[in-house]
Design a protein around this ligand. Structure first.
Ligand SMILES: Cc1cc2nc3c(=O)[nH]c(=O)nc-3n(C[C@H](O)[C@H](O)[C@H](O)COP(=O)(O)O)c2cc1C
Length: 402
């Protein structure tokens, strides 16, 4: 059977699945239940210095985007870092680590952009038993006025400075820089983190967004006493954005740091894709908020079975295998082109391939007397739209003529 344990920048975890810093890691009682359910590790809800920056959350702080029948394909949150005291959190980290020595606890940190604050919080966390530190350079709404979160993460020079301040006092604890996707090129802050001494990267934090507008009140959601703010988007809808950034970080040889990947991971298939595109550890938040800790059973079993099927003996063997297949657009072959093939017996006569090809493609599909689509191979450019939108599995495929 495949070995799904990982060694992420020296941190040994029984499996690659860690809970991401968020409400799913709010306190010790929750994290202990998660470890019992099978999570390998947890990145504690971001800690701060409450004497310097007291936290008062707004409510409601979460709103979702639904897609037809599917609830919450994306979430927007307006949540801040922990609103509990640092001492209380550290006490629970200590207790949890004592009870679950084989599971991983990472302390996530975010304070204002000055050396004294970063030094103080790092020193206070050092003897908590945490296995590593994650620096939150990603929260899009968490006190940018104090230079915190994404306000630091958007500035490579600040990222480098903060990593260096923390590394100066973090001793042997690995330091993971968690980066914001609200930037054009994540490789710049990643290189800055490396220059500052970071041992690993984590990506992505939430994507700054407006999830929607309440059409009764005409106020954007989540609506807090008649107003809203730009918040952070997470969940299945951000997965392609996360995979893009992780691929870029992985393929840049100048960076060469391990990546803890997250952003929309819900199923073992998502997890496999993140590993294949270059992540060597994984984190999950929104899927747990939606379905609970128990999803980890499917994540562990599904990934392990997939690895057996594909002949991967370790997670490390999988890392980046598919990223190697990314080339420049210019280098992609123009010939041969595939042609649309439609299985008449499977067709549900929904007309979608015909409508798509007529109004959004190349007018290569016509409907015969029985309303079954037929493809004009001369007109078909092989774009793939019909196969993408057909609701019946294997009814439309793209195939090369021999
Ligand atoms: C309600 C909520 C609160 C969050 N709080 C934090 C936080 O305190 N610190 C942090 O680094 N990330 C925080 N995140 C971001 C997640 O850790 C994660 O980066 C993001 O949600 C993408 O992963 P997902 O799609 O699996 O949720 C939060 C996310 C949500 C939804």
């Amino acid at each position: 059977m495949a070995d799904i344990s990982i060694n992420f920048c020296g941190i040994k975890s029984p499996n690659p699945f860690w809970l991401a810093s968020s409400p799913v890691t709010n306190n010790g009682e929750m994290i202990q239940r998660a470890f019992e359910a099978g999570w390998g590790g947890a990145v504690w809800k971001t800690l701060g210095l409450e004497e310097k920056t007291p936290i008062v959350n707004v409510s409601p702080r979460i709103a979702g985007m639904d897609l037809e029948d599917k609830k919450a394909v994306a979430l927007e949150n307006l949540e801040m870092i922990t609103d509990r005291s640092l001492d209380e959190n550290l006490k629970e980290i200590r207790e949890t680590k004592k009870k679950y020595p084989k599971n991983i606890i990472i302390a996530s940190l975010m304070v204002s952009n000055d050396e004294a604050s970063w030094t103080e919080i790092t020193k206070r966390v050092l003897d908590s038993g945490a296995d590593g530190l994650e620096l939150n350079f990603g929260c899009p709404h968490g006190m940018p006025e104090k230079g915190m979160g994404a306000a630091t993460g958007k500035s490579p020079s600040n990222v480098e400075k903060v990593c260096a301040w923390v590394k100066k006092v973090s001793g042997k604890l690995p330091v993971i820089a968690k980066l914001t996707p609200n930037i054009t090129d994540m490789r710049e802050p990643a290189l800055a983190a490396k220059n500052g001494g970071a041992d690993a990267l984590a990506a992505i934090n939430t994507v700054q967004a407006v999830i929607g507008v309440d059409l009764n009140t005409l106020i954007p959601r989540p609506t807090v006493n008649g107003k809203s703010a730009l918040g952070g988007m997470s969940g299945p809808a951000v997965k392609p954005i996360a995979l893009r950034f992780i691929t870029e970080l992985y393929l840049d040889k100048r960076i060469g740091l391990p990546i803890s990947g997250m952003g929309g991971i819900t199923t073992w298939q998502d997890a496999a894709e993140f590993l294949l595109m270059g992540a060597s550890g994984l984190q999950v938040c929104t899927a747990v908020m939606h379905y609970g800790y128990r999803i980890v059973e499917d994540l562990n079993d599904g990934l392990s079975n997939f690895m057996d099927e594909k002949g991967f003996k370790t997670i490390q063997e999988m890392v980046g295998v598919s990223a190697q297949k990314i080339s420049s657009h210019a280098a992609l072959a123009r010939e041969p082109r595939p042609i649309s093939k439609i299985e008449r017996e499977l067709c549900a006569k929904c007309d979608l391939c015909y409508l798509g090809c007529s109004d959004g493609g190349h007018q290569a599909i016509t409907l015969d007397k029985e309303r079954i689509p037929t493809v004009d191979e001369e007109k078909c450019v092989g774009c793939g739209l019909c196969a993408t939108i057909c609701p019946v599995e294997n009814c439309v495929t793209m195939a090369y003529n021999k």
